[in-house]
Design a protein around this ligand. Structure first.
Ligand SMILES: [Zn+2]
Length: 748
């Protein structure tokens, strides 16, 4: 399953439907195959499967292998379809799907590839075929093991709780994760679809062909697919700067891991409930980041050889974490086992505190990092980490930091920067003069990924009360003219926290808005109007800057422009570049009226393009007008909105600063209706979004409400939400006075 879309506890056959008809589809991971057929339903019991299904005449069936025979009967209205024997595989990867699916097909490296959908969406399947062909060839080369089946189907389903599921040879997707019109889609949507396709296809080798022995090592599956998916997509689209997105995601994962409620990557998972909770940001994000760091240390080719050796040794079988790092250690002759076990078996993110460089070395101490300054580590933790320093030529020089080491060798350079490429899974802290030197050279000497990493490291120093919000704003000033969309996005994500979580008064928020208007407007104007020759980066950069001016600065000219672009885009997606169209639509919705709301509702009810249709639904939850906000909540609970989307609508509404209190009252008053449409995964998302509050009273209400109204598999989410609220209260108390000072000094 892909990032951000954890496990689904679904019945053995889901009833998936459109307005026209029902579909029968399966979703077995983790423990539901036993409800479809008698089996030893655990990943280590592999078997071959002969699937035969009798279905209505006129319906098709898709399963893991190719159709062997299709015979009429029994009776006049049925036909019976038998499939080739599957390879040896785990039960949770078996699938069968019944309906009137239509497919677009092609062939790559001797494998039949099809992308399938309900009949109304078949014109949106071509992009997926192109991506799947590229990715299949890339993986065949990379793994050095050809894709093991004769066919690969990717199927978009109208109702699907997870984002996607890697069934061997028959991958299922939410429609938004697969079906797209490349002519009108935004850059973000194309990246998302490419990423999910590549993630699930990586599982065909890593997960399906070679499977973790037990669910305690599910990170082997998910971390690997998360890390791997970026490689073919980056190769297919170098202009998308995927490596920058990767470092930005890593920043978010390290923050999750800097909370006391985090867990170890490898964890006990015996019960169904425990297994379900394994599909989280640690299994996907942190495990993927650990692999990224190890690959960066060993070199791509050495790491690839280790992957090949591991897979080759366990084909059609199972393996453990030790098998994986054992293979990497044997191939590289480096202590990968020590590095990986220190990160996989210990919770938390390390912070490395450096001294001043002296005689070709620098002193360094390590400890576990917590976002909150009030937490004192109970036990001393140390890791074995590759630490990569930036060289004078702009490359990297890596040293192994072991638990006993108190200093490391550094390359000759005027600049000490200890996370070259930004791929290291650790936070850094420097003496003031070393840090000031980095900031002075941030735009001239650091790579974009290193700038993103530095912004993250400085923001968490604010969070931990080791730096002031003013120090952070000064770093933002140094990068605000950056030409890379991801760098600007990274800095602006944290500005959102300064605005929404540190600023205690409207006056301060106006001060931040004024500063942004003054600082960002000239950069935005310099970019000029959109043109057909714009790179994806320019498109993203323009839309990110436009969003800042619309969201925070609420510049009247920007709001008027957003309304105009949004209306054009909603009427005809081909008339506006998609990235800008979607950004304008968000700004317009936040400031929108009933006329726009009606229009979006109509698009949601009539469009057959999932990106546009679901996009319109999401926009309906973002209106700041309290009446329209209420309408969106009522609408989410009607049968017009699928269960897979209802809780997300409410969670989005709760994220909006404008009506948070109203949405929370609504949730409490309508709990029975909301609870009735909650799927387990979506329940977690809804609970998690209450972490947006920032007061003691709200925290106590959230805690009391969810202890009286239990949401399945969401205990951990309640703890995370409470922790986030406590973090916000603490951050505001410590940093609000610093924000006031900084605003005064900067003329606001
Ligand atoms: Zn996955």
């Amino acid at each position: 399953m892909p990032h951000g879309t954890a496990y689904t506890r679904s019945p053995r056959c889901r009833n998936s439907k459109t307005a026209k008809r029902n579909y029968a589809v399966t979703q077995f991971e983790s423990t539901d195959a036993r409800r479809a057929f008698p089996s030893f339903d655990e990943p280590a019991f592999k078997a071959t499967y002969d699937v035969t299904l009798t279905v209505d005449k006129g319906d098709t069936v898709i399963s893991n292998s190719l159709i062997k025979s299709d015979t009429p009967g029994p009776g006049d209205h049925k036909h019976t379809i038998a499939f080739d024997t599957t390879p040896k595989m785990s039960t949770y990867l078996v699938a069968f799907l019944v309906g009137d699916f239509q497919c677009t097909g092609d062939e790559q490296d001797g494998v039949k590839i099809r992308v399938c959908s309900t009949p109304d969406k078949v014109e949106l399947t071509h992009y997926g075929v192109e991506v799947a062909k590229y990715v299949l060839h890339y993986y065949n080369q990379y793994f050095g093991i050809p894709y093991p089946l004769k066919k690969l189907d990717l199927i978009g389903l109208p109702d699907f709780e997870a984002g996607a599921m890697e069934n061997f040879g028959a991958i299922t997707y939410r429609e938004t994760a697969l079906l797209i019109d490349p002519k009108t889609a935004s850059v973000d949507s194309k990246k998302q679809v490419g990423n999910v396709i590549a993630h699930e296809m990586a599982h065909q080798w890593f997960g399906d062909l070679v499977t973790m022995e037990w669910w305690n090592n599910v990170w082997l599956n998910e971390g690997f697919a998360t890390w791997m998916a970026n490689k073919p997509i980056a190769a297919m689209h170098p202009e998308w700067n995927i490596e920058q997105d990767v470092v930005e995601d890593e920043d978010g994962t390290m923050n999750l891991d800097a909370q006391p409620t985090t867990r170890t990557i490898k964890a006990r998972a015996d019960t169904r409930e425990e297994i379900e909770q394994m599909f989280d940001g640690i299994s996907y994000g942190k495990a993927g980041d650990v692999l990224l760091m190890v690959e960066n240390y060993l070199g791509e080719e050495t790491f690839r050889k280790g992957v090949h050796a591991y897979l080759s040794a366990h084909l059609y079988g199972n393996a453990t974490a030790e098998d994986f790092w054992g293979a990497q250690t044997a191939t590289s002759h480096k202590p990968v086992d020590k590095i990986m076990s220190s990160l996989v078996e210990q919770p938390g993110v390390p912070i490395l505190t450096f001294g001043k460089p002296e005689g070709g070395r620098v002193s360094v101490s390590q400890r576990r990092f917590y976002l909150s300054p009030s937490i004192e580590p109970k036990t001393e933790q140390k890791w074995t980490l590759p630490v990569c320093f930036r060289t004078a030529a702009g490359g990297q020089s890596c040293e192994l930091l072991t638990p006993g080491e108190t200093s490391v060798r550094i390359p000759a350079s005027d600049l000490l920067y200890a996370n070259a490429t930004g791929k290291g899974y650790y936070r850094t802290a420097y003496p003031a003069e070393v840090y000031d030197n980095i900031v002075a050279h941030v735009e001239t000497d650091l790579k974009p990924t290193e700038r993103i990493n530095l912004l993250g490291d400085e923001w968490v120093q604010v969070r931990a009360n080791k730096a002031t919000v003013g120090d952070f704003m000064n770093l933002v000033k140094a990068v605000v003219r950056d030409k890379n969309a991801a760098v600007v996005e990274a800095s602006m994500g944290d500005i959102g926290s300064v605005y929404g979580r540190i600023a205690a008064t409207q006056q301060e928020r106006s001060g931040i808005a004024e500063w942004l208007r003054k600082t960002v407007s000239p950069v935005y104007e310099k970019l000029g109007p959109p043109s057909d020759t714009d790179t994806p980066n320019t498109r993203l950069l323009r839309s990110r800057l436009f969003a800042i001016l619309g969201f925070y600065a609420k510049d009247p000219a920007v709001l008027a422009q957003a309304k105009e672009i949004a209306n054009k885009y909603i009427d005809d997606q081909a008339s506006v570049e998609g990235t800008m169209g979607q950004t304008a639509a968000v700004i317009a919705a936040r400031n929108g009226d009933a006329e726009l709301f009606d229009k979006l509702q109509k698009v949601y009810e009539t469009s057959s393009n999932p990106e546009i249709q679901i996009g319109a639904l999401r926009l309906m939850a973002q209106f700041e007008d309290p009446e329209l906000d209420k309408r969106a909540l009522d609408y989410a609970l009607t049968d017009k909105v699928r269960n897979q989307d209802a809780a997300i609508q409410i969670a989005i509404a709760l994220q909006m600063d404008a009506n948070r209190e109203q949405v929370w009252q609504y949730i409490q008053q309508h709990w029975d209706a909301i609870h009735a449409v909650l799927t387990p995964e979506m329940g977690g998302a809804l609970v998690g979004s209450t972490g947006a509050f920032c007061s003691e009273a709200s925290r106590d209400e959230v805690q009391q409400f969810f202890s009286a109204h239990k949401v399945a598999s969401a205990d951990q989410e309640v703890r995370h939400a409470v922790e986030r609220i406590n973090g916000c209260i603490e951050l505001r108390k410590l940093q609000d006075p610093n924000l006031k000072k900084w605003l005064e000094a900067n003329g606001e």
